[in-house]
Design a protein around this ligand. Structure first.
Ligand code: PAP
Length: 344
């Protein structure tokens, strides 16, 4: 295998994963088919449900609804993922602020090599998802060896609930973002409609209420990280999308302290925090070619602009009747009772 020594990008991480791939290439430990076949018998025995779009199959694996194609990845992650102490993992449910937190964490961690105000910053030419390896994507494809080739500190992304990446805590640091499940449902519906325009909102809403959403139930996903953050606050930073919107600069400072890279007086003087906030702002990212063109994944024909819809909180009022909202609020409140976590 090649090393990163000859890379035209910094030898210290995090480096944009897309750039690293150009140098390290794709390394298959096993083919996606082999990985799938390895666990096919187990997957076939698991309870199943269809995702709201009626196309993708979910399997109930250890209490979580995981897409059937991701169950072998979950098993491999549980058995084989080896965190380094200086790794950082961005974790979230889909549609809860992943793209934004990927961008903010990358810009904060990589600010020495890539000053946020620089014209050639990677986030000006790459979608934030392209800057971070997606753990289940790599483990699904038998490509986990690529992670070994990345320089430390590594920055990675996952939608998996914490029990699927058990070595992450306390093995490294995790930054988690949650969002009001009502807005998550609305965001998911708009996203899924890009592939299936006639999808009814009620169908997505019901699946959220039933718990059968990818990586869900929502409450169990959130609680897996919430509990770890209360038990080990130096290992898991628990953030909220709504608070990021309210005060992004305060949260970027919190993030920087958490990863052990607080802003210096000189950086304060230079306005580095504001530069990061601006670089990663909804308006800025949405306007970039890297986010206006192309698709999320060759296998997922959703245009990248679907990741940047309106970037606000409280849009649920435009999509659900008050009774629907209080129904979901009540389900979530019941599940959260006694945990110290609320969404209200
Ligand atoms: P993913 O899990 O598929 O990556 P994710 O990024 O978590 O999706 O969620 C997309 C939501 O984040 C969208 O919300 P909306 O549908 O309610 O608008 C998107 O607009 C929002 N979003 C993306 N980037 C930003 C940003 N820079 N600032 C604020 N919100 C953002």
């Amino acid at each position: 295998m090649p090393t990163l020594a000859s890379m035209a990008i910094p030898e210290e991480g995090p480096v944009p994963f897309e750039d690293a791939l150009v140098v390290i290439g794709t390394y298959l430990v096993s083919s996606p088919q082999q990985r799938e076949e390895e666990h096919a018998d187990l997957v076939a025995t698991l309870p199943s449900a269809l995702e709201a779009n009626g196309v993708k199959k979910l399997r109930l694996y250890q209490g979580f609804w995981i897409r059937d194609i991701h169950v072998p990845a979950a098993i491999a992650l549980q058995r084989q993922f080896e965190p380094r102490p200086d790794d950082v993992i961005v974790a979230s449910l889909p549609k809860c602020g992943t793209t934004w937190l990927n961008a903010l964490t990358f810009a904060t961690m990589a600010r020495k090599a890539y000053p946020p105000a620089s014209a050639d910053h990677p986030l000006r030419r790459l979608n934030p998802h392209q800057c971070l390896p997606f753990l289940e994507g790599l483990f699904k494809g038998g490509r986990e060896a690529e992670l070994e080739l990345l320089p430390s500190p590594r920055l990675m992304n996952t939608h998996m609930p914490l029990p699927m990446v058990p070595s992450a805590v306390p093995g490294c640091r995790v930054v988690y973002v949650c969002r009001d499940p009502k807005d998550m449902a609305v965001s998911a519906w708009h996203f899924l409609r890009r592939l299936q325009p006639d999808l009814a909102f009620a169908v997505v809403f019901e699946s959220v209420c039933d718990g059968a959403v990818a990586f869900g139930p929502v409450w169990d996903h959130v609680l897996s990280y919430w509990r770890a953050s209360t038990a080990m606050p130096d290992k898991v930073l628990f953030l909220r999308y709504e608070e990021l919107l309210r005060d992004p600069a305060k949260n970027v400072r919190k993030l920087a302290r958490f990863i052990g890279m607080p802003f210096s007086a000189a950086e304060d003087e230079a306005g580095t925090v504001d530069s990061i906030v601006q670089l990663c702002s909804f308006g800025h990212l949405k306007g970039l070619d890297a986010n206006k063109t192309g698709h999320l994944d060759p296998l997922l024909p959703v245009p990248r602009d679907a990741l940047f819809r309106n970037g606000a909180s409280g849009d649920w009022v435009n999509h659900m009747m008050p009774e629907m909202a209080s129904h979901l609020d009540k389900i979530v409140a019941d599940k959260m009772r006694g945990t110290g976590l609320t969404f209200q």
